[in-house]
Design a protein around this ligand. Structure first.
Ligand code: NAD
Length: 531
């Protein structure tokens, strides 16, 4: 599971030529594995350092601190961070507002070249940054590689997109007029990412903001502030002017809430849970005294993603795709498969093969590149174990079903498969965000689609089938933002699979796609009489 398919090859910034995804390392090559072990040791020697808030380029300390812990070894401190609170809201906003006046007038070429330079630095430091993810969120090497590679992709992709947007085709020209349409920045954005793609999503929303000419207050998740601090260091090293990104780890409920409701916040770019996303939506809709605009919200939220296994599917590849989608990064992806909906004609065979496949998954310290590491924190572990207990009552435990205590002191949970789960039950409807797969029996393809669509969410989905008719039917009727056939439902690639969900999964922003930067800009139409 941890093996990336593409061999690593060195690549300089490709600012010339079309966009190409950053290649992954192949850790079956001993040289790559040796370099990764060395990076892990280098980073191990830097654990426990203290990081500052950065507001208007100035380093700021606070009395309260956030301790970022290694989920695989909770006694190990990864980084100590300042904790922004009410006192930092106004300084951060004033710094971002002041810098906006110059940054919005910086040429798009200059802003794009900042992103290209950041991409180059990320490439140079790639394995060290991957190692930080191993320690801070318990990603194995392949998952960490995917996260940093996606970050590099965002640098390359959004830089090109900003240059493209600046050269938008002229609108219809009225006789005697010069008519134009330009995409100008919005203002100060609150960027609020989750911990599960702690580099790629945090950086992606930040990079899209700043390349479009906005300035940002960045509040990373309290579970993953260290990788965000490393990213902000890279932005500074690449020459980002002071105040363009103001780095403010802090609690969601206190600092996050305050920046969302601030009258000068122009937009909120959020990725996280449905509950917090809806709360932000409500807060942003309320006009604060002194607020003169409707705040824009870009909200990407949870999922309850399904893979449909049809009676005529290639069962070997369906088992592999389901196992990878359900248990990659411990099931903690918004795109993770948490429901396998399997035709009754192949149900028993599928379950038998899936059990054998899942029992091969190794659980342990990702520093040793186990298939699965720990879940993010103690609260999450308790929630996931609660769902497992519920599942044991509602269905038939196939494998797993408990903590993996033999793996160590970390928050390890065995990959868990529970069969015979009924549609509409708790395990079938609610996002669990852990290594738990519910298997549901369907009476055929129509029934499978009905079950798949019958949740509040609509993020990713996949179908395993050999039937062209069923593929066409699913393209029409499987209502998700990202749909795949005969492959896993995780692993969206920048450029190829613009990402964003339907229904309660979010505002369908399609990050990594050609529409994304429009969300961070506003279009100004200009008509000038000539002659
Ligand atoms: P979360 O909602 O708990 O937190 C996300 C961010 O919101 C964090 O930075 C948090 O501090 C902040 N926050 C919390 N309360 C806030 C408030 N009142 N005001 C402002 N900010 C607040 O989510 P999480 O546990 O970090 O991430 C997991 C969730 O993210 C899952 O539901 C997952 O599906 C979702 N997710 C979605 C996508 C997607 O693209 N749709 C991608 C990754 C993760």
């Amino acid at each position: 599971m941890a093996i990336a398919e593409v061999p690593a090859r060195p690549r300089a910034s490709s600012r010339q030529g079309p966009f190409v995804n950053e290649p992954f390392y192949d850790f079956r090559h001993e040289e790559n594995a040796r370099k990764m072990r060395a990076a892990i040791e280098r980073v191990r020697g830097q654990l426990g350092r203290e990081y500052d808030l950065i507001i208007g380029g100035k380093h700021v300390k606070t009395t309260d601190k956030i301790k970022s812990l290694n989920p695989s070894r909770p006694s190990q401190i990864v980084g100590i961070h300042q904790k922004a609170g009410k006192d930092q809201v106004e300084p951060a906003m004033q710094a971002a507002l002041k810098t906006f006046e110059s940054w919005r007038n910086t040429s798009v070429e200059e802003r794009a070249s900042l992103l290209f330079r950041v991409g180059d630095l990320l490439r140079q430091r790639k394995m060290d940054l991957m190692a930080w993810l191993v320690f801070e969120v318990s990603k194995n090497w392949g998952e960490a590689d995917a996260d940093i590679s996606e970050t590099i992709d965002f640098c390359e992709f959004y830089a090109r997109e900003a240059l493209r947007l600046a050269k938008t085709e002229a609108p219809v020209q009225l006789p005697g007029e010069r008519d134009s349409l330009m995409y100008i920045p919005l203002g100060v954005g609150a960027v609020i990412p989750p911990w599960n793609f702690p580099c790629a999503i945090m950086a992606g929303m930040t990079l899209a903001s700043i390349v479009s000419g906005n300035t940002v207050i960045l509040k990373p998740s309290s579970d993953s502030p260290t990788i965000a601090a490393k990213f902000v260091e890279l932005l500074e090293e690449a020459g980002m002017p002071e105040g363009v990104v103001n780095f403010c780890p802090g609690s969601g409920a206190a600092f996050g809430d305050a920046i969302v409701s601030h009258p000068k916040t122009r937009y909120i770019a959020f990725t996280g849970s449905r509950e917090v996303g809806l709360h932000i939506n409500r807060s942003a809709a309320t006009q604060a005294p002194g607020q003169i605009w409707i705040k824009r919200t870009i909200l990407e939220m949870g999922g309850k993603d399904a893979i449909i296994v049809d009676a005529d599917a290639d069962i070997d590849s369906a088992v592999e795709g389901v196992a990878q989608s359900a248990f990659g990064f411990q099931g903690q992806k918004c795109s993770a498969c948490s429901r396998a909906i399997v035709d009754e004609r192949v149900y028993d065979k599928f379950l038998e093969q899936l059990k054998a496949r899942v029992e091969k998954i190794t659980v342990g310290d990702p520093a040793e590149n186990s298939n699965m590491g720990a879940v993010i924190n103690e609260g999450s572990m308790k929630t996931v174990l609660g769902y497992i207990e519920q599942g044991k009552k509602d269905g038939r435990l196939i494998t797993g079903g408990e903590r993996a205590t033999e793996a160590g002191e970390g928050y390890y949970i065995k990959p868990t498969v529970i069969a015979d789960i009924a549609p509409k039950s708790k395990l079938e409807q609610e996002e669990i965000f852990g290594p738990v797969l519910a298997v549901i029996k369907s009476r055929g393809f129509d029934h499978a689609l009905e079950i798949a669509n019958d949740t509040e969410f609509g993020l990713t989905g996949a179908v395993y089938t050999k039937s062209r008719d069923k593929i066409d039917r699913a393209i029409r009727d499987f209502h998700v933002g990202n749909l795949y056939f005969n492959r896993k439902c995780t692993g969206a690639m920048v450029g190829a699979h613009p990402f964003g969900g339907f229904n309660m999964s979010g505002t369908d922003s399609k990050s990594g796609g050609p529409d994304y930067l429009y969300l961070f800009t506003q279009a100004k139409s200009v008509g000038e009489k000539i002659g």
